[in-house]
Ligand binder design. Structure first.
Ligand SMILES: [Zn+2]
Length: 411
């Protein structure tokens, strides 16, 4: 028997829950642990209980809604994402993945399907990191990648403490965060980029998440008088920075194949109209899906900086301050997505995620895969973020088939 999700019901959930924290421009402001976060959690818990799910939350406020399976000793197959948003965020980022989980459960209930494994819907606390930094705190602690106490005591810009806000909205549980084994984890998400839409694809089979490396580059020349220092004698840190920015951009384009390089922040000293700039601070952000390519980009970055600085007699320090390696999702889980996606008649492609997701952390502790659908103009983290109802339905339908496939063939 093939059972189908109800796309209209899922769409209605997105619209209904989207009234909580709605902004005038059609988006959402639902910051983690705010009153709006509390209200959407309450809405979600009620919807899950109405489907006879058992709802628990752990000490970080991660929310788990469990539909029982035939074997209570099996670990649950989990479907999740996040219900919080950016301050001017959209109605789909994160929300889709959680509500599609609800739709899967509703569909199973409607058809009286008993799965072998329990099925769990998860809402991870503070994925966005907009109010409390860093991002993906709930899933990060769950996976043992972030330290629980540090997260519970971190503060927002008004000085309010994470743990106290969690108490205030009534979602601090007693379950130990991370002490909750999963059979597997699946996350449906909008792409948040332009690739699927540009290629007229409806389903993205996400094979992994690209790696990121951040660098601080400090260039030290000599500040001197703009009217009296001959061109030949200058040690212009700004000039070296400018050449570096151009060269780093060219390097990424030469490497091609998804290599990304960004010099997003620049500070010039003394930043005065008639002074040859003495020192400059520039950030470099390098991204790629393969560690070997990231290594190559890093080696090229060092060569570029050394060559330019020696030409302009600048002394430099280049520090790598963050290294988030690329993630390859679990082969069996990706394959389950692939098989399920091919069952439908939607155009599809394999894709690497450009953005981070809860699935990145969860993949450290459970076999994980993701499904992408297109979003309009590739825009996300914006109130105009939008996805088409038929794509939302297609994504949720692949999610249901994937979960059922995993349930029958767990490896
Ligand atoms: Zn998200």
């Amino acid at each position: 028997m093939t059972i189908k999700i109800n796309p209209a019901r899922l769409w209605n959930d997105i619209v209904e829950s989207g009234k909580i924290g709605a902004t005038e421009k059609g988006g959402l402001c639902r910051l983690a642990l705010s009153d709006e976060d509390r209200r959407v959690r309450e809405w979600f818990v009620e919807a899950c209980r109405a489907e006879e799910c058992e709802v628990r939350f752990d000490e970080l406020g991660n929310l788990f809604a469990r539909r029982l399976g035939r074997h209570s000793d099996l670990h649950p197959i989990a479907i999740g994402s996040h219900l919080d948003s950016q301050p001017t965020g959209g109605k789909f980022d994160g929300i889709l993945g959680v509500l599609a989980g609800l739709e899967v459960v509703r569909t199973l209930n409607e058809h009286g399907i008993e799965t072998e494994h329990p099925i769990e819907i998860i809402d991870w606390t503070n994925e966005e990191g907009a109010r409390f930094a860093p991002a993906m705190q709930g899933s990060g602690v769950f996976a043992g990648a972030l330290e629980k106490q540090a997260i519970l005591s971190c503060r927002d810009r008004e000085g309010r403490v994470f743990g106290e806000e969690l108490d205030r909205i009534g979602f601090r549980g007693t379950d130990v965060c991370g002490d909750h084994p999963l059979d597997s984890y699946f996350e449906l998400h909008i792409e948040q980029g332009p690739i699927l839409e540009a290629e007229h694809k409806v389903i993205g089979i996400v094979v992994g998440v690209q790696g990121v490396r951040w660098y601080d580059l400090r260039l030290e020349g000599c500040a001197s008088h703009a009217g009296t220092t001959p061109m030949k004698l200058r040690r212009d840190a700004s000039l070296a920075a400018a050449e570096t920015i151009v060269a780093v951009n060219r390097m990424a384009r030469e490497i091609g194949e998804g290599a990304l390089a960004t010099t997003g922040l620049i500070d010039v000293h003394p930043n005065s109209r008639n002074v040859v700039p003495g020192s400059v601070f520039v950030t470099v952000d390098l991204r790629h899906a393969e560690i070997e390519v990231l290594d190559r980009m890093e080696a090229r970055l060092k060569e570029i900086v050394t060559a330019i600085c020696s030409e302009h007699r600048i002394s430099e320090t280049l520090d790598r301050l963050w290294d988030s390696p690329p993630v390859r999702f679990d082969d069996a889980c990706v394959d389950a997505v692939r098989v399920s996606a091919r069952k439908g008649d939607h155009p599809l492609r394999e894709i690497t995620s450009g953005a981070g997701h809860d699935a990145v952390y969860v993949s450290k502790v459970a076999p994980t895969a993701m499904i992408f659908i297109p979003c309009k103009d590739g825009i996300s983290h914006n109130e105009i973020e939008s996805a088409r109802p038929e794509h939302v339905g297609a994504g949720a339908s692949v999610l249901l088939d994937t979960v059922l496939l995993r349930d029958r063939h767990p490896d």
